[in-house]
Write a protein that binds this ligand. Sequence first.
Ligand SMILES: *[C@@H]1O[C@H](CO)[C@@H](O)[C@H](O)[C@H]1NC(C)=O
Ligand SMILES: *[C@@H]1O[C@H](CO)[C@@H](O)[C@H](O)[C@H]1NC(C)=O
Ligand SMILES: *[C@@H]1O[C@H](CO)[C@@H](O)[C@H](O)[C@H]1NC(C)=O
Ligand SMILES: *[C@@H]1O[C@H](CO)[C@@H](O)[C@H](O)[C@H]1NC(C)=O
Ligand SMILES: *[C@@H]1O[C@H](CO)[C@@H](O)[C@H](O)[C@H]1NC(C)=O
Ligand SMILES: *[C@@H]1O[C@H](CO)[C@@H](O)[C@H](O)[C@H]1NC(C)=O
Ligand SMILES: *[C@@H]1O[C@H](CO)[C@@H](O)[C@H](O)[C@H]1NC(C)=O
Ligand SMILES: *[C@@H]1O[C@H](CO)[C@@H](O)[C@H](O)[C@H]1NC(C)=O
Length: 275
Amino acid sequence: MHQPLRIFPVLGLCFLNTFLNLIQAPMSFCADDPRYLNCSSTIQCGDLQGISYPFWGLNRARYCGLSPEFQVTCNKSAPIITIKNQNFRVLHINNALRALTVARSSYWYNLCPGSLHNTSQVAPFTYTSDTVTDNLTIYYGCPSSSSTNVGSMMESSRFTCTTNQSSTVGYVLARKAGDLTNANLASIEDYLGTCNTSVIIPVNQSVIQDLKANATLDALKAAIDQGFGMQWLDDDGLCQKCLKSGGQCGQVQDSGEFTCYCREQSYSSSCPGMS
Ligand SMILES: *[C@@H]1O[C@H](CO)[C@@H](O)[C@H](O)[C@H]1NC(C)=O
Ligand SMILES: *[C@@H]1O[C@H](CO)[C@@H](O)[C@H](O)[C@H]1NC(C)=O
Ligand SMILES: *[C@@H]1O[C@H](CO)[C@@H](O)[C@H](O)[C@H]1NC(C)=O
Ligand SMILES: *[C@@H]1O[C@H](CO)[C@@H](O)[C@H](O)[C@H]1NC(C)=O
Ligand SMILES: *[C@@H]1O[C@H](CO)[C@@H](O)[C@H](O)[C@H]1NC(C)=O
Ligand SMILES: *[C@@H]1O[C@H](CO)[C@@H](O)[C@H](O)[C@H]1NC(C)=O
Ligand SMILES: *[C@@H]1O[C@H](CO)[C@@H](O)[C@H](O)[C@H]1NC(C)=O
Ligand SMILES: *[C@@H]1O[C@H](CO)[C@@H](O)[C@H](O)[C@H]1NC(C)=O
């Protein structure tokens, strides 16, 4: 007869806690939903701190975020997301704008990756409006000396990749607004068209625009390492509503539906007791 008497007041207080949200810290005997606790933690990796929904990974379980592309891994202080097998280093996340700045991992301070691939489709993300997706091209395996003087005109953006003791010549070309008035551009493009292959890197248009007419290799590399912007879809304020009610945002794994993890259990949009 002793046990039920002890349990009832506890349930009553839990009930109060849920609906009034007044008493919190002393309620340790109300078992917090482990999913609420898990999704309350944020991701820290290098310079990137406090990353939350829709991102998951590391200390945040799969159910705390959206699709696999939102999984963050941490490689020696470098936060990485992976889209279609391609790794992107995450430089910045702006939750309010649902935007992030990323750079291709294999081109991070490196113009000679092991294998050459154009940037894959970035779905479920879309490029931000300040990203240009075809204005910076890296050319590989270019004829080392040109009969024209184009090679020397491009001298400042020339680099070499050395693999297995053999070197190949490459160039980085940034196409800027106003370039069409550059009489040399056509012959430069003709020459670069004879290179073995090329890779197009998305870049921030304002960073490209700031490049000097005759950009140095260092400036071009810096433009690549500044990264470019991607956005994710608007959720019509769903997560904001959940956070305001004291919950943590997440996703039901089976259905892919949004869910709001509250202290005691999960709800479809927000925690009860507050609007
Ligand atoms: C959250 O869950 C994940 C996956 O189960 C686990 O690896 C991680 O340690 C948990 N994090 C916290 C803060 O409990
Ligand atoms: C981690 O980063 C290093 C360079 O710092 C790179 O060589 C390595 O491939 C990366 N590992 C993974 C799993 O991406
Ligand atoms: C990248 O895309 C450009 C333009 O579509 C193409 O010419 C080039 O061959 C592609 N590079 C690779 C490595 O697939
Ligand atoms: C272009 O590729 C072919 C075949 O891989 C190679 O034989 C040739 O040397 C390359 N050209 C240059 C300029 O690197
Ligand atoms: C670019 O600058 C280099 C020296 O840094 C110079 O040799 C070259 O002629 C310049 N090219 C153009 C197109 O001005
Ligand atoms: C370098 O040589 C090794 C062994 O000869 C070969 O397997 C590899 O493909 C070569 N790498 C390149 C980039 O040519
Ligand atoms: C990108 O290149 C095109 C020409 O190829 C040019 O019209 C456009 O203004 C360039 N964008 C930027 C941001 O420079
Ligand atoms: C592009 O560069 C500008 C100027 O540096 C910056 O304000 C903006 O945030 C950058 N965009 C992205 C997506 O990083």
